[in-house]
Write a protein that binds this ligand. Sequence first.
Ligand code: NFE
Length: 519
Amino acid sequence: MGRIVIDPVTRIEGHLKVEAVVEGGEIKEAMSSGTLFRGLELILKGRDPRDAQGVTQRICGVCPTSHSIAAALNLDSAFGIADRIPENGRTLRNLILGAAHIADHVLHFYHLAALDYVDVAEIADYDGHNPTLRSIKAFAQRGELAPFVPRYEGDYRVPGPTNREMIAHYVSAFDIRRKAQEMLALFGGKMPHNVAVLPGGVASVPSVDSITSFYWRLKELKQFVDEVYLPDVLTVAQYYPDYLEVGRGCQRFLSYGSYDLETSETDLTRRERLFQAGTATAELQAGQLDTSMIAEQVRYSWYSDDSGDRHPLQGATEPHKDKPAAYSWLKAPRYEGQVYEVGPLARMLVNYGAGNTVVREALDQVLSGTGLSASALCSVLGRHLARALETKIVADSMLDWVLKLTPGDSGYVEYEMPQEATGMGLVEASRGALGHWIRIDEGRIANYQVITPSTWNISPKDDRGQPGPLEQALIGTRIRDESNPFEIVRIVRSFDPCLACSVHVLDLERRPRYVLRVC
Ligand code: NFE
């Protein structure tokens, strides 16, 4: 029996340690640990509720835009203005969030995950004239191939010319990400930590100029998604079909839904959205979402036990760093006591199962070319495919939405802040279901709780000992070479984990806490 420890896992966001117990070449047990503490909830206690809009964006530098939308929806609901957001405000929020998601998904595939399948070292044999590839080759010849090495030596299968084309796409994807961030800043003011999304709507007023600037960049992004990103993911699927079987996970899916198409319905789980809220099984059995069934458990988390199994409105953040048996700073969110995966795959399966025609048509079109069924997507490559497909759906929808903006119209509504209230903001961040909950007492924040997507996906075992979604996806995987466990990192990266929503635990005596092996 062997034990594999990867700490930290690189090419993800934040600090994750993965441990796997291997017996007979197969993972029998897995533990995922968030090794940093996120205490933003404690910082918010006692503050003006409107501070949550700015403070919660600092949870993370990658997904601050999703937090800005979740916080705004949360405060809208607490302030009683969820159904009063002007049309421009609703549309601008969708465009700001969509720009963030496109940038994020392109970042994830090209700059984090694709290097598990594309062999950059192969560039040493390149004798063509592409200037980008020639300059990477020059670095390789000088032995300066970082950040592409060190790495686990995977079984790289994409043939030379296609492989090199994808290396060139790695570089062009930087430009695409920049353009998506520019789009976000046109209406949001800046990235990261936009300043325009507020409770009550969006503070910026679109002009013909800003709409046109947004539109032409979006056209270019759409072309990249259609002609480069989606085909590249399908290419990977063609050469690694076994990864359509690997990493299936818990096979229960949950989504809060995203991109409001109207705001008259104040219950966000029933509001008409581009992606609707719900649950699904791998067999595509859809279910209605009941947020009262969400609770966090902490038996294996570094939090005091009496803060366990609570709905987020009653949630507590009481760190207990020496707790026996605990192994993660992440709590274990569960729905009806069961383990659920969130993320792009969940969004696609929940909406496919519920008969969302936009998702059905897009997914059926891609699947007809691959011969797969929608339920076969519960896998490493299924997650990548779902992510690329939803990027296409979002980009296509945004082309329509941006032309619906009315130049010069305000997207913001005035409001009065209540002294006592509760609120809930549900949205889909790039990585999945993101929820913010607030309780206001005497005009101040009495409690603010955030459950991020990675808290769902990377959660440790729960009070009943059920492993989290990533842990379940790792268990049963066959490892070819324990000293080179590329199968593990491929599974981990398919979830696009982000543990950055954390604050460092400092040891003021500077004792070493871990020996790090960077791969
Ligand atoms: Ni820090 Fe995030 C996203 C949120 S965490 S990147 O997407 O919320 O999974």
